[in-house]
Design a protein. Structure first.
Length: 318
């Protein structure tokens, strides 16, 4: 059962990213926020339905569960901000490189742990972490994350002759990378908090989903008011291109829900299967979004992705 849930989740995550990229490219500066509001509204409706029809393990309301587990709200705020920043980064960089760098979130999290342990003087812990099987993929990922911008900017330099345009492209690209790195930091924090909550064993899986979906309405309402003020009129979700917005919302919710259920049945094997996840949207970007890369760019993308996969595999073996 875990394999069916995990495989469907993996596929739908890729579909979500492709829908998101299409929406960002065809939309305006507020499209990332609009997508988040749409998905949040649907999440809230599902949360209420789960409670009304009695699917929760404890029978408590989402707000009662939140009172017992206030960390869920912090978790959702981190996830919500990660969501916006990740969608916003798509405005500046291609999906293939977004996915390649995102695949290295575990590596970046690992580097952060090393830095924290060094600051705390925990040298034995650092020595244990710096096993060659971990260290080689980490070095490759970090090296090619830094090398990729030169490949990207070199290609843009060859295709754009105007110096002002080249400078603007360079600036927007680095802004996109910075936004993406911020989103990865928030994603790592979200994952850490989720692990702390689930591992306590004091909350059921449906109760957790129900409460998370309920909490997401709070930041969404703030965004909704902001969008109404900026547009100087009532923001109507899914007014522009309803099919694409609905496709994004449904695939986003189904993918996350299926992942949680797959992890509930077999967290270890689900995690191992999702190691290969970045390959799926990268191929999807090339097939459905017609993203083209030079040989040098492709080399950077695949080395980052495969090195991140190797790191995850070695981390599970050690």
């Amino acid at each position: 059962m875990w394999l069916v849930f995990a495989a469907l989740s993996l596929f739908l995550y890729a579909v979500t990213d492709i829908f998101g990229k299409k929406s960002i490219n065809a939309g305006n500066a507020y499209t990332p926020m609009e997508l988040c509001v749409i998905v949040s509204a649907l999440s809230f409706v599902i949360s209420i339905a789960l409670y009304v029809f009695g699917f929760g393990e404890s029978g408590m309301t989402p707000w009662q569960i939140l009172h017992l587990h206030p960390l869920i709200l912090v978790n959702i705020l981190c996830f919500f901000l990660y969501w916006i920043f990740y969608l916003l980064s798509m405005k500046f960089i291609r999906l293939s490189i977004s996915e390649a760098i995102s695949s290295s979130s575990g590596v970046l999290y690992f580097v952060g742990l090393i830095f924290i342990n060094l600051c705390l003087g925990k040298l034995p812990a650092v020595r244990e972490m710096l096993h060659p099987l971990r260290l080689i993929p980490v070095i490759l990922v970090l090296t090619f994350i830094f090398l990729y911008p030169s490949a990207e900017l070199s290609e843009r330099k060859n295709t754009v002759t105007d110096g002002t345009v080249r400078k603007k492209n360079r600036h927007s690209y680095f802004v996109g990378i910075l936004i993406l790195l911020i989103s990865l930091f928030l994603d790592s924090l979200d994952s850490l908090i989720t692990t702390l909550i689930i591992d306590e064993g004091t909350i059921g899986i449906v109760d957790y989903i129900m409460t998370s979906y309920f909490c997401v309405i709070f930041p969404a309402l703030i965004l909704f008011v902001f969008l109404c003020i900026k547009r100087k009129k009532l923001f109507i979700p899914m007014k522009n291109n309803p099919a694409r917005s609905a496709g994004y919302a449904v695939s986003a919710l189904l993918s996350s829900q299926l992942y949680i259920f797959a992890s509930y049945y077999d967290a270890v094997r689900t995690g191992i299967l999702f190691i290969i996840y970045p390959i799926v949207p990268i191929i999807g970007a090339k097939v459905f979004l017609k993203e083209k890369s030079t040989r040098r760019q492709n080399m950077c993308i695949w080395i980052i992705t495969l090195s991140a996969i190797a790191f995850c595999i070695s981390d599970n073996l050690l």
